[in-house]
Design a protein around this ligand. Structure first.
Ligand code: NAI
Ligand SMILES: N[C@@H](CC=O)C(=O)O
Length: 375
């Protein structure tokens, strides 16, 4: 017997630790767009390693977009009903839930930006399915509905996770939750909470038209499906609402004072018309930029939750030495002012938009579902 097999305390042969049972996650992905496709790629690449090292078996059972769905159920009867496994068929959110129902560790991942999908969470949680999402519509939607969803998840003993709704892959929601769970108290927070606006403010130097940069941010996968949600400040307002609610404040979107960059003429037109008329943003942005530059300042898009409970979103001109002025690319920065972090705020910083980092945040939530279900 080799010495390394002896327990040094009692010099008895060690009993080999039993191999942990394999834990299955049965996953359905709704919305294989930019984030959803990156998630599918990450799941594929990690599958063997997760099985080998973490004893987690991730089984992808269904993928659905707005028009069609792909199904590969373990259930022969269900497959037969739908003409066999691995088939494409018209999309149905009812069928997505049906084919996950009762499966071990069944999770629906909503990677859409759709109200119609978010409206299904209550049914899915009630049916015993975990829900993971980067979609901000439910957690920043009507407060009574959001609280009811959280209560439902608790009573059904399933998980509702949404880390990637704020800061994409950055640990923002979890950091706040950890602070509060360990007895700290949020006093205020401020941050650059839009990857798109961070990237636009950093890239815009008054030379290339702002509208051309907005198109580029969209191609890079930073913007919302409709980039107006970034430019009108609503996306950041949603993130502030999510963080405020996480800290126990009953904030709603109507409570956030938002400065929009979208001209009135483009507010209510359809998305195609908006994209065709992006040049209307150019002159106002050029004026804001020139005004800031004349003061030796730079423009940054900032969201704030004040100690008195008020919330604001908008462009501000900051001196070049300010921490936000030094952020580059699509970096988000979130600064938590808490009772413990009173002198220097706790800061989370890094790229806060883009398919890969966002998918990484969603994937982390999936692994948390597996870890918590194991406990
Ligand atoms: N792009 C980013 O950096 C980040 C995105 N998010 C969130 O991630 C979500 C996805 O964003 P992207 O991938 O950029 O959007 P995308 O537009 O590329 O993809 C959206 C997908 O949802 C599908 N979809 C729309 N309505 C549907 C319905 N009723 N049923 C089934 N599928 C439906 C579309 O077919 C498409 O596949 C959004 O909620 C966004 O706010 C969150 C953090 C960062
Ligand atoms: N469009 C959003 C994506 C992440 O939430 C952003 O730019 O921050």
């Amino acid at each position: 017997m080799h010495a390394s097999q002896l327990d040094p305390d009692c010099l008895q042969p060690r009993t080999p630790a039993p191999t942990p049972a394999l834990r299955r996650l049965t996953v359905g992905v709704v919305g294989p767009g930019r984030v959803g496709s990156a998630l599918l790629e990450q799941l594929r690449a990690a599958r063997e390693r997760l099985r080998r090292e973490q004893h987690i078996d991730v089984h992808l059972r269904v993928v659905a977009d707005s028009r069609r769905m792909w199904l590969d159920s373990d259930d022969d009867a269900l497959n037969a009903r739908h003409g066999g496994a691995q088939t494409w068929r018209p999309s149905s959110l009812d069928d997505v839930a049906a084919c996950l129902h009762g499966a071990p560790g069944a999770v629906i991942v909503d990677c859409s930006a759709s109200e119609a999908v978010a409206a299904r969470y209550a049914d899915w949680l009630a049916a015993g399915l975990h829900v993971v999402t980067p979609n901000k519509l439910a957690p920043s939607g009507p407060l009574p509905h959001w609280r009811a969803l959280q209560d439902l998840a608790r009573t059904q003993r399933v998980q509702l996770r949404y880390e990637a709704t704020v800061g994409a892959g950055l640990p923002v929601v979890q950091t706040l939750r950890d602070l509060l769970d360990t007895g700290d108290e949020l006093i205020a927070l401020e941050g650059m909470l839009s990857g798109t606006l961070a990237w636009l403010c950093d890239a815009y130097d008054g030379q290339r038209p702002f509208s051309a940069l907005v198109r580029e941010a969209h191609e890079l996968g930073y913007t919302e499906p409709d980039p107006r949600a970034d430019l009108d400040g609503l996306d950041v307002a949603r993130k502030l609402v999510i963080l405020a609610r996480e800290s126990g404040r009953g904030l709603s979107l109507d409570d956030v004072s938002v400065q929009s960059l979208v001209p009135d003429a483009l507010r209510h037109v359809d998305r195609e018309h908006f994209m065709d008329h992006l040049h209307l943003l150019d002159a106002p942005m050029a004026a804001r930029h020139a005004e800031a530059a004349a003061q030796g300042a730079v423009l940054r898009h900032v969201g704030r939750l004040d100690a008195d409970g008020r919330a604001h979103v908008g462009l501000v001109a900051l001196p070049a030495g300010h921490a936000f002025a030094q952020a580059r690319g699509a970096d988000n920065i979130v600064q938590f002012h808490t009772r413990r972090y009173a002198d220097t705020p706790l800061r989370v910083q890094g790229p806060g938009a883009g398919p890969d980092v966002t998918a990484g945040g969603v994937f982390t939530d999936l692994l948390r579902v597996a870890a918590e279900a194991r406990a």
